[in-house]
Design a protein around this ligand. Structure first.
Ligand SMILES: C[S@@+](CC[C@H](N)C(=O)[O-])C[C@H]1O[C@@H](n2cnc3c(N)ncnc32)[C@H](O)[C@@H]1O
Length: 605
């Protein structure tokens, strides 16, 4: 058993090769941090202790799935952290966490780091075996470490997330226990502060209805002018996971309560509930909500208008919309465009208004964390996210384009995202269009077009055909030659003229830009492709058609996908520009940012 603890230290030391912990940090170049997290996670010894969860009698936290031994270790680690941080509140915090046998030291004892006394005073066989240790020496070694010291609240969330996933990945997935990174939580908190200060005169009570370890509440509290007063009287918490809720309360009080304030914890506890947020029971009193709800497919409900969607986050948003005066939410972006999410869009449209920030998942992604317990080949969390901010006073909805940035520009992206907001415009099926500034006149012109690509195609197979790759990333093009790839659309036309009109249209910037405005997910749906509007100036130029045909052989690109060659034709920028100039004559436009992989780098400002 001693190996568990030893291997944690070894892992920390082996920072450069450790990829198991927090891949987002590794991607950002912060390998030392990633290794620190890996070490902390390994120290809990989940692999050795896995299994034996709820079925064991008397287990108090039925929603964690951690199992009694891992859970006891986790509580001990949180207890050690908060007790060291707040000797003035340590007995209260440890009692709250239900920890016994962890000695409460005086301030001077902490400074001297006297672990020998501690080891002997905690070395009872009972405590050791409840934590899954074979002997009291190993137990003492584990409990004397402050495994969470120096970790940010977001990183503590990552460790907890990892323990849940490694213990019971099915439950973790079902409960959507994926935690928000610190910089994202800070951005949400900044949005919330706008509401709090400008629109509620700093009076409103904030609820986090699925608080996890409390990272959103943490960053919101940190942004408040008087954090101690905020946790004592203006914050309410809910989570279905009672262990997470207890931890959130303890961490918030340890970080923000005023010195010797024994009232802060009971006050926060009195405004908290361990429960299903969606149940009918009355919610704690609140004005505003800050939330990262669980994302998971679930059964239909009959008690709400979004009930047919079958997505937990839609149900959460509906309830938040109905129950609060304003909110800040981070969710997947699917509801802005998806057909089945129409009822949710209608609900949002009927609120006071606000802003929706939309984020791509490459090159960088909002949730950079590792998908612990994932069985996919890609283990990074690739959710395309949206942040919705709904303010209490009426305003027009503003929506960004799908923001794209690299890790290097991440901080700049948060600082400048709001510059990309444009007033909400609707797509043909009520989609919230994600329009790039510089192209709004194109939208205003083309969204009114009387004709779309659907008017040119025929269902019959004819000799006049075009192929379009169905998984675009940075461009869309059309070819007359057949593409050696599986994911593609084949379009048929009755006449050569119609084929050539579509050929020119589909090799302009319009189809890619249109798809990014309406969808921008992984695949190009046929319905979206066929809805591509036709500009008035679309006419067949034999010269252009010949150039495009010639280019099909010159601009072929081949990418390997799951071991299979995947062909496409990436048209030269100059050729696409020439077509755009013809099709959009008289309309001001700038498509540059539609194509760039980093809208926030110095080169694309
Ligand atoms: C996506 S995590 C977000 C946690 C944290 N607020 C954050 O931003 O990192 C979702 C949280 O919701 C909790 N949860 C899942 N279903 C819930 C429900 N029906 N009611 C309340 N909480 C729930 C999970 O336990 C988890 O802590």
């Amino acid at each position: 058993m001693r190996n568990i603890v030893k291997s944690a230290h070894q892992r920390v030391a082996e920072s450069s090769s450790c990829l198991w912990g927090y891949s987002g940090l590794v991607a950002s170049g912060d390998r030392q941090r990633a290794a620190l997290l890996s070490g902390a996670i390994a120290a809990f010894g989940v692999a050795q202790l896995a299994g034996g969860s709820d079925s064991e009698g008397g287990h108090p936290y039925r929603h964690t799935g951690l199992g009694p031994a891992v859970e006891a270790r986790w509580l001990t680690a949180v207890g050690r952290l908060v007790a060291e941080m707040r000797p003035d509140l340590a007995p209260q915090l440890l009692a709250h966490l239900g920890i016994q046998g962890l000695p409460v030291r005086r301030q001077g004892d902490y400074d001297s780091g006297d672990s020998a006394d501690f080891a002997s005073s905690t070395g009872s066989t009972d405590s050791a075996s409840s934590l899954g240790f074979a002997d009291s020496t190993d137990f003492a070694e584990f409990t004397d470490q402050n495994l969470l010291r120096g970790l940010s609240i977001g990183e503590i969330g990552v460790v907890y997330e990892a323990l849940i996933a490694l213990s019971d990945q099915h439950r973790r997935r079902a409960q959507g226990q994926y935690f928000t990174p610190d910089d994202v939580a800070k951005f949400l908190a900044a949005q919330a502060m706008e509401i709090h200060q400008k629109e509620s005169n700093a009076q409103g009570i904030w609820l986090d209805p699925c608080c996890g370890v409390g990272n959103l509440a943490f960053h919101l509290t940190a942004a408040m002018p008087d954090p101690a007063e905020f946790i004592s009287s203006k914050l309410a918490l809910i989570d279905i996971d009672p262990l997470a809720l207890k931890m959130a309360q303890a961490l918030l009080v340890a970080n923000f309560a005023a010195p010797d304030d024994q009232k802060a914890l009971p006050a926060l506890v009195s405004r908290s509930q361990a429960r299903d947020f969606l149940s009918a029971a009355p919610l704690p009193q609140h004005d505003f909500v800050i939330v990262n709800p669980p994302y998971s497919q679930t059964e239909r409900r009959f008690d709400c208008v979004t009930g047919a969607i079958g997505e937990t986050y839609a149900y959460f948003l509906e309830k938040v919309i109905r129950e609060s005066k304003g909110f800040v939410a981070i969710t997947p972006a699917a509801h802005l465009g998806g057909k089945k999410y129409r009822p949710l869009r209608h609900l949002l449209q009927n609120t006071t208004g606000g802003t929706a920030f939309v984020f791509d998942n490459v090159p960088d992604t909002v949730f950079r964390g590792y998908k612990y317990g994932s069985t996919n080949t890609s283990r990074t969390n690739f959710v395309r996210a949206a942040i919705t901010v709904c303010a209490p006073t009426p305003r027009q909805w503003g929506v960004t384009p799908i923001l794209r940035w690299t890790n290097r520009s991440r901080a700049k992206m948060w600082a400048n995202a709001a510059q990309y907001l444009l007033p909400l415009r609707f797509g043909p099926n009520g989609e919230w269009a994600k329009i790039m500034p510089g192209t709004e006149k194109v939208w205003d012109h083309l969204a009114k077009s009387s004709q779309t690509l659907a008017d040119l195609v025929t269902k019959e197979r004819t000799e006049y055909q075009l192929e379009v790759a169905a998984t675009p990333r940075y461009y869309i093009s059309a070819t007359k030659r057949s593409l050696n790839r599986t994911s593609k659309h084949t379009l048929y036309f009755k006449t050569e003229t119609e084929q050539n009109r579509a050929y020119i249209l589909l090799n302009s910037s319009i189809p890619y830009w249109w798809w990014r405005c309406l969808d921008g997910g992984i695949t190009l749906k046929l319905q979206t492709l066929l809805s591509t509007p036709i500009p008035e100036n679309l006419a067949v130029s034999p010269n252009l058609v010949a150039k495009l045909a010639q280019d099909e052989y010159e601009s072929i690109v081949v990418k390997m996908n799951a071991g299979l060659a995947c062909e496409n034709v990436q048209r030269p920028g100059s050729l696409v520009n020439d077509i755009d100039a013809i099709l959009l004559q008289g309309i001001p436009y700038d498509f540059t940012k539609v194509y760039v992989s980093d809208m926030f780098s110095a080169f694309s400002q």
